[in-house]
Design a protein around this ligand. Sequence first.
Ligand code: FSX
Ligand code: SF4
Ligand code: F3S
Length: 376
Amino acid sequence: MSQLGHFFGSGISRRDFIKTCVATTAVMGLPFSMAAKVAEAAQAPDRPPVIWLHFQECTGCSESLLRANHPAPATLLLEMISLDYHETLMAGSGHQAEKSLHDSMKANHGKYILIVEGAIPTKENGIYCKVGGKTALESLRKAAEGAAAIISVGTCASYGGIQAAPPNPTGAVGVRDIIKDKPIINIPGCPPSPYNLLSTVLYFLTFKKLPELDQMGRPKFAYGRRIHEHCERRPHFDAGRFAKDYGHETHAQGYCLYKLGCKGPATYANCSVQRFNDAGVWPVSVGHPCIGCTEPDILFRTAIADKVQIHEPTPFDSYAPVDLKDKGKGASPVTTGVLGLAAGAALGAGAMLARKLPDAEQPAEHEQGGDHEHKE
Ligand code: FSX
Ligand code: SF4
Ligand code: F3S
């Protein structure tokens, strides 16, 4: 970390730079000692050219990166790459913008990283999304030809997202449904965590290869586990204590949101660990059930209030058992925590607690058991 490169003319302090490198190293699941290597890669003078295309979407993916209350992830990312084309960030427009896109594709043929945000409509030859007189389908195919790799940012670009929700009137699909001959990394989320994009780019710069992906094309380091496994409300789940309604005292006391429709038991993401906006929050921590925004089969396919099946209960790993206030109603907090772990491994915490804690509220019988389709 001796040379701090070009960052410190860009408003990012040395402290922020190091803090962000350490955070991304942690997201990648690498030991703390690797942070120096990551920081070195981040400062390398060769900045990979990046072309960033927008199709059917809300631009929330770019916004969540740029409007984070802490500037480091966006600043670091934009300083690490040479962003040659980004419709919502560049100053140029019209023919000037088109020219910079074509110049960059020509000059960097075979070398640039293509980042795609938004879904691609395919019905009627893709006429439902046009930029610069060309359909998204045409622009994607053209830009993909010279790309070294493609990063699909957000659930829209990864799998179609909200545009592809039934009845999918425009035939919207994700990048991987169209481009078959390039490495594609999906960073789903609606929007995704900016750190997951930053970590993926930094992984590539540090190790000169793509991270290991699951079968949904997502980096395993960020999407390898269900959020239910490291959720601070999990001890309540294991104790059979569920929020009854929004604003109800059980909600305010931090009880599990499963019965309000939390999709955490079926959602692969690192939100509960990485969290958002440097404020240490994520949907479940502020009282909203996870809507499964990284999961193509759940997001906009399952109503927010509907419960997901829990097919393969797993023990939680992060939090100590909660201090239950009305201890007289069930087993002690320590007992319920331990029971939850044991049951999670064998039968499912809910099923075990249904026998042990007759007073506790449990998910209905049909919400337990079965085999969850593990997506790795
Ligand atoms: Fe989609 Fe991104 Fe959701 Fe929006 O652009 S993943 S609608 S947050 O912003 O593509
Ligand atoms: Fe957390 Fe949701 Fe799992 Fe409850 S169901 S423990 S709120 S992830
Ligand atoms: Fe999305 Fe659920 Fe995380 S809604 S942001 S995957 S908590």
